[in-house]
Design a protein. Structure first.
Length: 459
């Protein structure tokens, strides 16, 4: 079987085949079909060789204009990637160079930067949504702020115009190596207008430093200044001067104001109240205490009577007698026993007197010697020539008072602790079984004397 040529498919008989005129004719038809009708070509020559020669000469002498943005034509190639020319065509190399750069650039839709991003401007540098700016200036200050920015001229300007927004931000201070913040409050702003922020340090401090953020110390404590306003933070120094709700000791007076109504009122209008725990077995009482000397309780006992006692007085509760329980009727003291008024036995049996003691010889003279229950009300002595003497008071057989007078000729008013020259004092020394008052005088001489004046009462 014959082989075919690679271009127009002519048959080539094999060496072993016999030449066939039919095959030759078929090859001629293929050639004729491939050349076509040369009479229709637009050249003067109508044969293949002549037409080709004529076309070559025409192309060689053709005047092709340069291409423009509006006209087709020939154009020069260029590998430049930074040219702004509009009559050059980019080579594949230029396209490849641009592609290499584009493939390492950050797309507008966002992405990740693996190297340093540095912005160098004299105004706003990085803005988020027009209202938050990141900027820096030539003095080494960096600023993160709302509605403002800093420039290389070390100025601070508003980013936008707004009726009430104001501006606020945090500055990284190169000079003091600290952070600071400011807030203008709700004020009107004008875009790019210069303003002066008032900076407050954000560096925390364990001390009570003004305009500093509070920093707890190693124990978790925080320091603040002494409070002034009612809503200031109270310190332990101030708290220790207050009485806790659980109770405590006051070292100063307690003054209360605001009681409403009279004592006789049925409702509670008192400014100060002492309450029991609410159980039937508890009284409502307060303690009065002279440290190291004496203490006692006073209040309403479990039988709803006013009483005093306990503590230093022992396990007793003495009822307080008042005008609801005591009265004076027909010059007699009476008490109310819950059903009737009763006269106090022996009320009004008292005595006053004067005793003159002759001091010619040493002696002890009984000025008063009575039995029963009562009280010594008053005692005064006098020596006419400045005699030395001793006065004693014996209550229920016990010496409770003794004063030695040396060389006095003035009237001496005796008191429970001594005597006074010019002030009359009452004793009010109670006795239950006996009262003895005696004066002891040494040997003096003729005309010497001691005068004693007294007053006592027996119930």
């Amino acid at each position: 079987m014959p082989e075919l040529t690679s271009h127009i498919g002519l048959k080539k008989p094999l060496k072993t085949e016999i030449a066939d005129i039919t095959v030759l004719n078929e090859n001629m038809d293929v050639i004729d079909l491939a050349i076509g009708d040369l009479t229709s070509v637009p050249t003067i020559a109508k044969d293949a060789a002549g037409a080709i020669t004529e076309l070559f000469e025409a192309l060689e002498n053709a005047d092709i204009p340069d291409a423009t943005l509006t006209t087709k034509g020939k154009v020069q190639l260029s590998s430049a990637t930074n040219s702004t020319a509009e009559n050059l065509a980019a080579t594949p190399k230029a396209v490849n160079d641009v592609m290499n750069v584009a493939s390492t650039a950050l797309p507008k839709s966002g992405g990740q930067i693996t190297g340093l991003l540095r912005v160098e401007t004299t105004g706003r540098e990085i803005s988020a949504g027009s209202w938050v700016d990141l900027s820096a200036n030539s003095s080494g200050y960096g600023l993160i702020a709302q509605n403002c920015y800093t420039s290389n001229s070390n100025e601070y300007r508003f980013s936008n115009s707004h009726a009430t927004m104001g501006a606020r931000g945090i500055r990284f201070n190169h000079a003091s190596i600290t952070m600071e913040y400011f807030d203008t409050g709700a004020i009107a702003t004008t875009a790019d207008a210069i303003f002066t922020p008032t900076w407050i340090s954000m560096r925390p401090d364990t001390a009570a430093t003004a305009n500093r953020t509070v920093l707890r110390d190693s124990a978790g404590r925080a320091k603040v200044a002494a409070p002034v306003a009612m809503d200031d933070i109270a310190r332990l120094a101030e708290v220790n001067t207050r009485l806790p709700l659980s109770g405590g000791n006051m070292t100063g007076p307690l003054n209360t104001t605001g009681s409403v109504g009279a004592i006789s009122s049925a409702g509670g209008g008192a400014q100060f109240s002492v309450n029991s725990d609410g159980t039937p077995g508890s009284a409502a009482f307060a303690m009065f205490h002279r440290p190291g000397l004496f203490a006692g309780h006073f209040g309403i006992d479990t039988d709803n009577k006013w009483k005093v006692g306990g503590y230093s007085a022992g396990a007793v509760a003495h009822e307080l007698w008042h005008d609801g329980r005591l009265r004076v009727n027909a010059n007699k003291l009476q008490f109310y026993n819950g059903g009737a008024w009763n006269t106090v036995a022996g009320y009004g049996s008292g005595k006053t007197g004067t005793s003159v003691i002759n001091a010619e010889v040493a002696k002890t003279v009984l000025v008063i010697n009575v039995s029963g229950q009562g009280s010594l009300k008053q005692l005064a002595t006098y020596s006419n020539v400045g005699l030395s003497y001793t006065t004693q008071v014996i209550i229920d057989g016990i010496l409770v008072y003794e004063v030695a007078v040396a060389g006095e000729n003035r009237l001496l008013y005796h008191t429970p602790t001594g005597f006074e020259y010019n002030e009359k004092r009452n004793f009010d020394l109670a006795f239950n079984s006996s009262l003895v008052v005696q004066v002891i005088v040494p040997i003096a001489g003729a005309g010497y004397s001691v005068t004693a004046r007294y007053a006592y009462e027996v119930l």
